[in-house]
Design a protein around this ligand. Structure first.
Ligand code: NAD
Length: 520
């Protein structure tokens, strides 16, 4: 079941053993046993321990990048720049902000209604986090969650993709000897192992993958009443306006579409260009894509199944009359055994609704360009997708572009660039619709990796609170006077009179409570 041949070179990869379902249960039990003591450790100690991973990771940068390349086929430059370096930054970022972010804070309480009380909100670890990840960024994606999850006091059991199990195991090695036994472990396997992990006694599931699997994961979590976060697919649109710098826009969308051979949830998968600049822009894109070197700039597809999806989308579009400007065919070379030529296609608006190439995630080095009349049409077409992960706008008018950005249905909108922030730990990453509902990166990630625990301290020595038993007409009048005081009274005079009533009624209510008998 595990891929044993490198898509990059065809070399034989080491054997990996699948983890049995019973052993997955045991890994979760070990994680639970270790978690409470870990969460009890001072946060600065947890920071100290986890921070050690940074130098281990950087010291092994080339070796890790080569491993990632051997399993995915991506160029070494992409493995280094897109996986290894950002992962070191993930450790740096969280080590520097986590103490401030997890600091307890005090919400306000109205002293009149709730006298002599104070409250503090502590951020508590969820417990045991199940992490299920895909193969396209097998090193960076898991670490984006593992680092803040551990720092927040959680245990983590991770299942990497069955297509990149060795990179998953290498992540476990990075933590070897640093953490308490069982606090973080990696289990191996495909759908069966993933389901077994999600259905086990975990407290939170963090899933990244396809919408189809995300739905299954969410269903299991719903049955167990366990929260989950879902980072799913994308069909990113790039909108090119008449005032765009066309050279930058063409180079940018080509990089955004072809990087990682297009196997990127935040890849440009549709371009909407306004008619005025359509011909000039399209020619530049085709030229830029044609100049890319297979195996150097654009790696192979990671799996034969993925290449088949790409070919299916492109062939159906060709059959429907879309024009191939460059590429449009598979290529098998020593440097890219599962290659697909960087492809640019011109697609007519009329075809958009029926073509998988413009509706479903292609996940390959293919860029369909659609000419539109104006910006309004571009926005409505961009927003018409089931997905909503990221989008980009290309224009020299930044204030206008920023306003337009807020009308795009996407979790991330980049102006004059595309989706590069996915690798930056301080930036939130997440989508809407079938792109899921998770957020990784930024302090927002802690919203699901922790839960708030409110602790209230009451210094009130009265034998009863105002709102405790026994209820009375005075209490009712007091509540009505509070409503008037808080905005129900129409005029300043009425509000003043409500204030006087509140003061008088508070006095009467206190008296009846200390007497232990209510006014009639
Ligand atoms: P996938 O859904 O096939 O698999 C993802 C993971 O889920 C793998 O580890 C797999 O073994 C596991 N899995 C499969 N069936 C399962 C089940 N029934 N229960 C539990 N786990 C199960 O996705 P993939 O092909 O590995 O990855 C590509 C997808 O991931 C694309 O759709 C891509 O857009 C998406 N992705 C999203 C983001 C994001 O941040 N939104 C990032 C990277 C990839």
């Amino acid at each position: 079941m595990f891929a044993n041949e490198s898509p990059a070179t065809g070399e034989r990869l080491s054997e990996v053993e699948e983890t049995e379902a019973t052993e997955i249960g045991r890994a979760v039990a070990r994680a639970r046993a270790a978690q409470a003591a870990w969460a009890d450790r001072a946060l600065h100690e947890r920071v100290k321990v986890v921070s050690k991973v940074r130098s281990r990771l950087l010291g092994a940068a080339e070796e890790i990048a080569a491993l990632v390349r051997s399993e995915t086929g991506k160029p070494l430059a992409e493995a280094l720049l897109g996986e290894v370096l950002p992962s070191a930054d993930v450790v740096t970022y969280w080590a520097s902000v986590v103490e401030e972010q997890l600091e307890p804070w005090e919400p306000e309480m109205d002293a009149l209604s709730y006298p002599r009380k104070e409250a503090r909100i502590h951020r508590e670890a969820r417990g045991v986090v199940a992490l299920v990840t895909p193969w396209n960024f097998p090193f960076a994606l898991p670490l984006r969650t593992i680092v803040p999850a551990l720092l927040a006091g959680n245990a983590v059991v991770m299942k990497p993709s069955e297509i990149t199990p060795r990179t998953g195991a290498r992540i476990a090695d990075l933590f070897a000897g640093l953490l308490p036994e069982g606090l973080f472990s990696v289990v191996q396997g495909g759908a069966t192992a993933g389901e077994a992990l999600v259905a086990s006694e975990v407290d939170l599931v963090v899933f990244t993958g396809s919408p189809a699997t995300g739905r299954k994961v969410a269903t299991i979590c719903a049955e167990r009443l366990v929260p989950c976060t879902l980072e799913l697919g994308g069909k990113d649109a790039a909108i090119v306006l008449a005032d765009a710098d066309l050279d930058r826009a063409a180079n940018g969308v080509v990089w955004g579409a072809m990087m990682n051979a297009g196997q990127n949830c935040g890849a440009v998968e549709r371009v909407y260009v306004v008619a005025e600049v359509s011909a000039a822009f399209t020619a530049k894109v085709a030229q830029a894509a044609k100049s890319l070197r297979i195996g150097v700039d654009v790696g192979p597809l990671t799996t034969a199944a993925q290449r088949a999806v790409v070919a299916r989308h492109v062939d159906a579009a060709k059959d429907a009359g879309a024009e191939v400007l460059t590429g449009g065919e598979a290529v098998d070379e020593a440097s890219a055994r599962l290659g697909y030529r960087p492809t640019v296609m011109k697609v007519a608006k009329a075809q958009e609704d029926t073509l998988a190439l413009l509706r479903d995630e292609t996940f390959g080095p293919v860029l369909p360009i659609v000419e539109v009349a104006d910006v309004e049409e571009a926005i409505s077409r961009a927003n018409a997708s089931r997905y909503g992960l990221t989008a980009s706008l290309w224009s020299r008018d930044l204030p206008r572009a920023e306003q337009l950005a807020r009308r795009l249905r996407a979790g991330v909108v980049t102006i004059n660039n595309h989706s590069f922030t996915g690798a930056i730990a301080s930036m939130p990453w997440g989508g809407v619709g079938e792109s899921g509902w998770g957020v990784t990166g930024s302090p927002s990630a802690l919203d699901h990796l922790t839960r708030p625990r409110l602790v209230v301290l009451d210094r009130n020595r009265a034998t009863r609170e105002l709102w405790w038993y026994p209820y009375s007409p005075t209490l009712e009048k007091l509540a009505i006077a509070f409503a008037a005081l808080r905005g129900g009274a129409a005029s300043l005079g009425a509000r003043l009179s409500a204030l006087l009533s509140v003061v008088g009624l508070l006095r009467r209510r206190s008296a009846e409570l200390s007497r232990g008998a209510v006014d009639p």
